[in-house]
Design a protein around this ligand. Structure first.
Ligand SMILES: Nc1ncnc2c1ncn2[C@@H]1O[C@H](COP(=O)(O)OP(=O)(O)OP(=O)(O)O)[C@@H](O)[C@H]1O
Ligand SMILES: [Mg+2]
Length: 359
């Protein structure tokens, strides 16, 4: 187990800068998820930590030791990729033990470590099969086994489950979680799958264009996204955004004026200059068809029943809103309704800077 410290970390490919000064410390045994849009630099960052990519500036420390110029083998880091290339002509046992055999680890030590990995990953009955005789999830477990037997100080995962079907992903997700609980090795886990990030990670890093937008626990990012980017990125379906203007009601309480002229109470401990342009954020799951708060007149433009939930695409004064209703609902396109918004669930952002305002 080890800490990972990144400071002032930068990377350019030729004249194109892709990582713009990353400051990040991963604690010993921590499971950190790295998320962000395609091309934002997630794989590049992981490859820099693994030593597979030179760094242009800054410093990487693993367990306090500067590793900038240490080659991948000397870093004691294991990487698990999306494309887990297993050798087709080797058995599972041979695939898992290959690196140890190359490093000339003693035979009985290899046997011990391979048996331990097989037990942890629950692949003991598969050890004499070849990769072609395994399911996708079993192959992914073998790829994990190959990483585990090296007893690494750090695990780096680059979208390891993205080739698996939905059901297997869920299963492997919980296996990775229970594996980490049994063997809490410091891990960085890149994923496109928000549920994976939210359920696996102690903390989530949101990367955008080679810069960190926010680092926090999954629930922090959901409840208090620090800016419009994180607000729109974390959560599915994405947060709704409504243009509004800061104002005061008759007794001087802060309110937001909506495009319809309606007011919404702002309970976020805000002191805003009247007239300030705002963006209000409302999660689809916090819009309701009844209940407390301000009611917005809206028209249904699309209905998507998903079974347990219904996703409603609504038009409110020319702004599209998505509402997730936790039930089957009989609304149809063209229906008019009132959507309730609960002021305590509102997120308030400055339109000018995109930063979160208030609590
Ligand atoms: N070897 C390279 N030479 C030039 N540019 C590169 C190289 N590798 C990556 N890039 C560029 O660096 C940026 C970051 O790429 P990276 O693969 O790290 O993104 P990512 O966040 O992992 O994306 P994805 O989610 O699609 O996997 C991209 O714009 C990419 O085109
Ligand atoms: Mg990538």
């Amino acid at each position: 187990m080890s800490t990972i410290e990144l400071s002032g970390l930068r990377k350019s490919f030729g004249s194109v800068a892709v990582i713009h000064g990353i400051e990040l410390t991963v604690a010993e045994g921590e499971f950190l998820a790295l998320v962000g849009p395609s091309g934002c630099g997630k794989s590049t960052l992981l490859r820099m930590i693994a030593g597979l990519e030179d760094i242009s500036a800054g410093e990487i420390r693993i367990d306090g030791k500067r590793v900038n110029h240490i080659d991948p083998k000397g870093r004691n880091v294991a990487m698990v990729f999306q494309n887990y290339a297993l050798y087709p002509h080797m058995t599972v046992r041979e695939n898992i033990s290959l690196n140890l055999r190359i490093s000339r680890v003693a035979k009985d030590e290899i046997a011990r470590r391979v048996a331990e990995a097989a037990r942890l990953l629950d692949i003991e009955p598969l050890m004499d099969r070849r990769p072609s005789q395994l399911s996708g999830g079993q192959r992914q477990r073998v790829a994990m086994g190959r990483a585990i037997v090296r007893n690494p100080a750090v695990f780096l995962f680059d979208e390891p489950l993205s080739n698996l079907d939905a059901k297997l992903r869920v299963q492997m997700r919980s296996e990775i979680k229970s594996f980490h609980q049994k063997m809490p090795t410091t891990s960085i886990y890149v994923t496109h799958d928000q549920i994976e990030a939210m359920t696996l990670a102690d903390r989530v890093v949101v990367l955008n264009g080679g810069r960190i937008e926010q680092v926090g626990s999954p629930i922090d990012l959901y409840l208090k996204p620090c800016n419009l980017f994180v607000a729109g990125f974390i959560g599915s379906p994405a947060m709704n955004f409504l243009p509004a203007t800061a104002d005061l009601d008759d007794v001087g309480n802060p309110v937001a004026r909506l495009p319809t002229g309606q007011f919404v109470r702002l309970t976020q401990n805000l002191a805003l200059a009247p007239g300030l342009p705002l963006v209000l954020g409302l999660r689809p799951e916090h819009l309701s068809l009844s209940g407390p708060g301000t009611a917005l007149p809206a028209r249904v433009s699309h209905v998507e029943p998903t079974g347990a939930q219904t996703h409603l695409l609504l038009d409110f004064a020319g702004v599209s809103l998505v509402a997730v209703i936790n039930d089957f609902c009989r609304l149809k396109r063209g229906d008019d309704l009132q959507v309730g918004i609960d002021p305590s669930r509102l997120h308030v952002f400055s339109d000018a800077s995109g930063h979160r305002l208030g609590d």
